[in-house]
Design a protein around this ligand. Structure first.
Ligand code: HEM
Length: 412
C-alpha cells in the first residue's frame, strides 16, 4: 500500500486541483503560465482519491495507468462518451481491448512516420501560401493567420474534401469543443447537435465520393478501400473516424503551433539559435511540447473491475484521471524539469499521451509542426511580440495561445 495517496473531499480540494480534474475552462489555473500550479498539485499529492475516483499526476503512475487493461475510456454504465459531440463511442478513442487493437492495426500504418514525412513539401507549400498573405505587412496575428488554417486545410487536403468546407468544419469543431452553455447538460446538448450536423455533412462527402468512378490518392480513399486481415471499414465507421479526426486533429495542432510560436517570439536568443541551426528544430519542438503540454490531461477512464496501479487500489466503477502535463514536469522523469532546454538529450515526454490511447496522429502533428515552423523561420527569421500588445492564452480542454500578435521587419 502506498503512503503518498491524498484522500480528499471534492469540496476541500485546492482550486487548482479542482480546475484540472473538472477541465474547468480558463479557471483557477493561470492559463498563461500554468506549469508551476500544475507542478504544485503533483508535489502536494501525486495520487489523489476523492468521492468519484482516483487522479494520477506523476509520470510512473500515469504511464502505468495508461497501460492498465482494466481501465477503459467509456463510462461502462452508460456506454456513452462525453464532450466530443457524439453519443456513440469514437473510434479508436472510446474503445478498448481487442476492438481497439483491431482499429489501431488498421489505422496505424496510414499515419506511420515515413508516410507522414512524405507530406512535408505539401505542408511547407501551405505554410508558404498562408505566410504570403501577411509577409508584406510587418505584423500578423499568428493564431488566426497560420495556426488555425494550417491543420484545417491539411485535414481537408488529406481527406480530399473541398476547401469550401473550411469554415463549416471549424465552426462545428468549435461548438463541440468550446463548452458553450451554462450547465454540463446544456454543453453536451449543444456539442451533440453540432456533432450531428458535422456527421451529416461528412456522410454527404462520403456518398459523393462513393459515386466517383475514379479512385483518388487520399485518406478518404484509403479508408474506403483498404483491408487488413480481410477487414475493411463501412460508411458508419468512416464517418465516425472523420468526426474523430476533426475533433482530435485540428484544435490540438492549432494549440501546439500557437504555444510554440508564442514561446519562440518571447525567447529571441533561443529562436535565433534555432534559425541558425534548423537541424535542432525537431528536438526543440519536443522540449516546448513537454513544457507547454497543450493537451493537459486524458479524457475519462473507468475501472471495469477492481484493479491497482503501482500499489494504488482502484475499485470497479471508479473514475480515473490522468495528468500528462504534471507528468511532463516530474523531476523523477526529467532533470531540471522547469528549465526549457532546447538541446535536452533524453526527452520521453507524454504530451501525446501514454499507453493504449497514445495519439494516433502524433507523426502527422509532428510533421505539421516541424515543416510549418521551419518554413516560417525561413521566411520570417526575426519576429517579436508587438510592442504594447501581448499573447492571450485560453484553456478549454486544450490550452492554446488564442492571440499571437507579432511584428517583424519587412524585406525591402
Ligand atoms: C500536437 C497535436 C496533438 C496533440 C498534442 C495530441 C494529443 C493527444 C492525446 C493527449 C491523446 C490521448 C487522449 C486521451 O487519452 O484521452 C490523443 C489521442 C488521439 N489523437 Fe492526438 N494529438 C495531436 C494531434 C492529432 C492529430 C493531428 C490527429 C489526427 C490525425 C490525432 C488523432 C488522435 C486520435 C485518433 C487519438 C485516439 C487514439 C486512441 O484512442 O487510440 N491527434 N492525442
Amino acid at each position: 500500500m502506498r503512503n503518498d495517496i491524498c484522500e480528499i473531499k471534492f469540496d476541500d480540494m485546492s482550486s487548482e486541483l479542482r480546475a484540472l480534474i473538472t477541465y474547468e475552462p480558463n479557471g483557477s489555473l493561470s492559463v498563461e503560465v500554468p506549469q508551476e500550479l500544475i507542478d504544485e498539485v503533483r508535489r502536494n499529492s501525486p495520487v489523489v482519491r476523492w468521492e468519484m475516483g482516483v487522479g494520477f499526476f506523476g509520470m510512473e503512475d500515469v504511464v502505468a495507468a495508461g497501460r492498465n487493461p482494466h481501465l477503459v475510456a467509456t463510462e461502462p454504465s452508460t456506454g456513452e462518451p462525453f464532450g466530443m459531440g457524439t453519443s456513440v463511442p469514437l473510434i479508436p478513442l472510446h474503445l478498448d481491448g481487442e476492438i481497439h487493437r483491431h482499429y489501431r492495426r488498421l489505422l496505424d500504418p496510414l499515419f506511420a512516420p515515413k508516410k507522414m514525412a512524405l507530406l512535408e513539401p505539401q505542408i511547407r507549400a501551405l505554410a508558404d501560401s498562408l505566410i504570403d498573405a501577411f509577409i508584406d505587412e510587418g505584423h500578423a496575428e499568428l493564431h488566426d493567420a497560420l495556426c488555425v488554417p494550417l491543420p484545417s486545410i491539411m485535414f481537408l487536403t488529406l481527406f480530399g474534401m473541398p476547401l469550401e468546407d473550411l469554415e463549416f468544419l471549424n465552426e462545428k469543431k468549435n461548438r463541440i469543443l468550446k463548452n458553450e452553455g451554462t450547465s454540463m447538460m446544456e454543453m453536451e446538448q449543444i456539442g451533440r447537435a453540432a456533432g450531428l450536423e458535422l456527421d451529416t455533412h461528412l456522410r454527404c462527402r462520403l456518398t459523393e465520393r462513393r459515386a466517383e468512378s475514379v479512385r483518388r490518392d487520399d485518406l478518404l480513399d484509403s479508408f474506403m478501400y483498404f483491408q487488413v486481415d480481410g477487414h475493411g471499414l463501412d460508411d458508419d465507421e468512416i464517418v465516425n473516424l472523420m468526426h474523430m479526426f476533426t475533433i482530435a486533429g485540428l484544435d490540438t495542432v492549432t494549440s501546439s503551433l500557437s504555444c510554440i510560436l508564442a514561446w519562440l517570439a518571447k525567447h529571441p536568443e533561443q529562436r535565433r539559435r534555432l534559425v541558425a541551426h534548423p537541424e535542432e528544430l525537431a528536438r526543440a519542438i519536443e522540449e516546448i511540447m513537454r513544457s507547454e503540454s497543450p493537451v493537459p490531461s486524458s479524457g475519462g477512464r473507468w475501472a471495469i473491475q477492481d484493479t491497482e496501479v503501482n500499489g494504488v487500489p482502484i475499485k470497479q466503477g471508479e473514475m480515473v484521471y490522468l495528468c500528462w502535463a504534471s507528468s511532463n514536469l516530474d523531476p523523477a522523469a526529467f532533470a531540471n524539469p522547469f528549465e526549457i532546454d532546447l538541446q535536452r538529450e533524453s526527452n520521453a515526454h507524454i504530451a501525446f499521451a501514454a499507453g493504449f490511447h497514445r495519439c494516433l496522429g502524433s507523426h502527422l502533428a509532428r510533421a505539421e509542426l516541424r515543416a510549418a515552423i521551419d518554413q516560417f523561420h525561413r521566411r520570417i527569421p526575426d519576429y517579436w511580440i508587438t510592442d504594447g500588445d501581448e499573447v492571450e492564452y485560453e484553456l478549454a480542454g486544450v490550452r492554446q495561445a488564442k492571440r499571437v500578435p507579432i511584428s517583424f521587419p519587412v524585406a525591402s
